[in-house]
Design a protein around this ligand. Structure first.
Ligand SMILES: [Mn+2]
Length: 405
């Protein structure tokens, strides 16, 4: 069944009520009830069977192009589980690790990520594993398919994307992929106290779950079970250092522009921040998080043109919402549509979504006037689509007038 269909049923019950109903049940029952009523209790066993059949192989764990703590920690957990089956894994990505918290996570926990570039041979892998994504947000997906590397597993909590078929699939409505992996670990590779590798993994997963739940304030029963399990293995000092890393000056500038440029209608706060350096791309979701903290705002959308030197130019945007009836995946797909190949410009999960629209023919840096007009044009078009979806119409004309000035 489509995960969105299942969400609808669940969303019929207010989140609070659902949590109260879950109280007092056994751990497994809560895990099952937390999502959809479908049982996930047998998933670790199923994963073990698949990995057993691939003993001795080498796999590539694929992260989204811009890995976040949830993805990084989940990949680390997958790597540990796979090692129990003599499967060696590289954790691969093709973009950039830019958010300061992510860099701190990798540095402080000594995590080995492999940046895979154009010339790297992918045929060396006997299988690929997608964690915290389903192939839509990585440039490696098409390359692995071309190299005929079979998809061994997909473990994710985003809406079902249906672009890859895997031997093992666990896509559920969880807060974090790290929450799912904490469950797998308990069943397949229980953490041991005093093992430094396990301490690093538990710390990373704790950070992954915290970052997906706004520091646990949005946590669900399954997240408390996961963090409850991880807690005794976590290195609190390291976790504190990761969390206290300051935002870069450039990120602060993007957040400032988002605040200045925001337009508010019907409790939606929409802000186009103009050109953003590739390294500062993660400031866009941070700015959306920030705009969501304003009173009377239930949904914030921030976007900008991101330029990767010498390469593609994209409109990159983030949506954050507190509105229980707003499905970010459907909202973005319906508002912005798909390209000529039918691939949607974006999607999402509960409370968050993102989009990437190639600038294409207009890409490139020219004089200031050209750059200013280009931004105005894209800004106007995105606002037109968003306001139309939201149901505000007069704003479209304002945007048109600005472009024609
Ligand atoms: Mn995630």
């Amino acid at each position: 069944m489509d995960i969105r269909e299942r969400n609808k049923t669940r969303d019929g019950i207010p989140a609070q009520a659902a949590q109260v109903t879950n109280a007092g049940r056994t751990a497994t029952a809560v895990l099952e009830a937390n999502g959809t009523g479908e049982s996930y209790a047998s998933k670790p066993e199923e994963l073990a069977r698949i990995l057993e059949a691939r003993r001795g192989e080498r796999h590539c764990i694929v992260l989204q192009s811009f890995p976040d703590p949830d993805a990084i920690s989940s990949a680390l957990a997958h790597k540990l589980i796979a090692s129990r089956f003599d499967i060696e894994c590289d954790i691969g990505y093709d973009g950039i690790v830019s958010h300061h918290e992510n860099i701190a996570l990798i540095e402080l926990l000594d995590i080995d990520l492999t940046r895979i570039c154009e010339r790297d041979e992918l045929k060396q892998y006997s299988g690929s594993v997608f964690v915290d994504n389903q192939g839509t947000t990585s440039g490696l997906t098409d390359r692995l398919t071309e190299a005929k590397v079979p998809v061994v597993a997909i473990v994710d909590h985003h809406e079902l994307q249906n672009i890859l078929q895997a031997e093992f699939t666990d896509i559920r409505d969880a807060s974090a992929t790290a929450t799912i992996y904490a469950q797998y670990l308990q069943a397949l590779a229980p953490l041991e106290y005093g093992n430094s590798e396990h301490t690093r993994l538990a710390t990373a997963l704790m950070h992954g779950i915290r970052s997906e739940t706004l520091g646990l304030s949005r946590a669900q029963p399954a997240d408390y079970l996961a963090t409850g399990y991880l807690a005794e293995f976590v290195d609190q000092t390291t976790l504190d250092s990761i969390l206290s890393v300051e935002r870069s000056r450039k990120s602060m500038d993007v957040i400032k522009s988002a605040l200045e440029m925001r337009e508010m209608r019907e409790n939606y706060s929409v802000s186009g921040v103009g050109y953003v350096r590739y390294e500062d791309r993660d400031a866009i979701p941070q700015a959306a998080d920030f705009l969501l903290t304003e009173e009377n705002v239930h949904t914030a959308i921030v976007y900008g043109i991101v330029r990767k030197p010498g390469e593609r130019e994209m409109i990159i945007g983030s949506l954050r919402t507190r509105k229980p009836t707003l499905n970010p995946d459907a909202f973005i797909k319906e508002a912005l549509g798909a390209n000529e190949k039918g691939r949607f410009y974006g999607g999402g999960r509960r409370e968050a979504g993102g989009f990437e629209i190639p600038v294409g023919f207009l890409a490139g840096t020219f004089d200031d006037e050209f750059m200013r007009r280009k931004w105005k044009l894209y800004d106007a078009q995105i606002k037109r689509r968003l306001w139309t979806k939201i149901g505000v119409h007069e704003a479209t004309e304002i945007a048109d007038a600005e472009v024609e000035e």
